[in-house]
Design a protein around this ligand. Sequence first.
Ligand SMILES: NCCC[C@H](NC(=O)CCC(=O)O)C(=O)O
Ligand SMILES: NC(=O)OP(=O)(O)O
Length: 315
Amino acid sequence: MKKFTAYKDVSQAEDLVALAKELKQHPFQHQEFGKNKTLGLVFLNPSLRTRLSTQKAAFNLGMNVMVLNLDKDSWSLELEDGTVMNQNSQEHIKDAAAVISQYCDIVGIRTFPDLKDREADYSEQLLQKFIKYAQVPIVSLESATRHPLQSLADLLTIEEHKAKAKPKVVLSWAPHPKALPQAVANSFIEWIKESDVELVVCNPEGMDLAPEFIKDVTVLHNQEEALKEADFVYAKNWSSYENYGEILAGHENWRITADKMQLTNKAKFMHCLPVRRNVVVTDEVLDSEQSLIYQQAENRTYAAQAVLLKLLGHE
Ligand SMILES: NCCC[C@H](NC(=O)CCC(=O)O)C(=O)O
Ligand SMILES: NC(=O)OP(=O)(O)O
């Protein structure tokens, strides 16, 4: 594996899930692989889980870790080539990526979309430029359109908790007061649709995800119908792809409640976190036995560890 930014970077997702599962049993068995290797983690946006679980994954492999909050502690980046940099940007991404990667064997980068210019966000310009100018493998810590480490952890969580060979997995849009990226939802679909599950996505009219992600996927605009007999309910808000970055107000009734969970086949509840309690989903659901939110967060460590191990050259 040369980089980890999307499903297509991985040759066998099942193998990666199996490796993560094995690492969860024996986290320290590959310490020699990471010895004297350095992981750099670059954040342009906030993070709790990705920041800590990826560091923990690296420590489990015997790696050293350096973290840079580029948005707060470093220079503001210029992305365009040939610009006369006499305005606000202070360092070109070309120089920043080249220099950071000199200090590291693997670099992880988190970069959210600005949710204003759809083409710019969907071309992943910052991530792609970083890859272009860095000389080492790059791991996405959530980019403008995808969150592959989250999706890999989610696959592992579903694998561990499924009670039948082909469970019904429902990804449901849920309300939120702020415009959020489509990345977690896009990525979840991209990974799970290749697994042996019955996938249903549900969202209000006008909130369909990008055609490239929902191609050949069942999309319903009726949440109650979608939830029937679900084995897993994954809730997530996203802002509009169609009216790019717009919030959909007036759909508070899409919140996941205990009553809605009654429609399901005693489904497990999933969310990537952070979650706005009692907006996206009620406390009653989040704090119930059905909730897998902390198991998902725990699995982030082993998903990241599997990815780092592959990038370090483990067969
Ligand atoms: N990394 C996991 C999700 C990150 C981001 N959520 C957020 O920004 C939530 C912020 C808030 O609740 O205001 C998202 O949806 O893609
Ligand atoms: N789920 C997730 O990626 O969380 P953070 O944004 O806190 O890293």
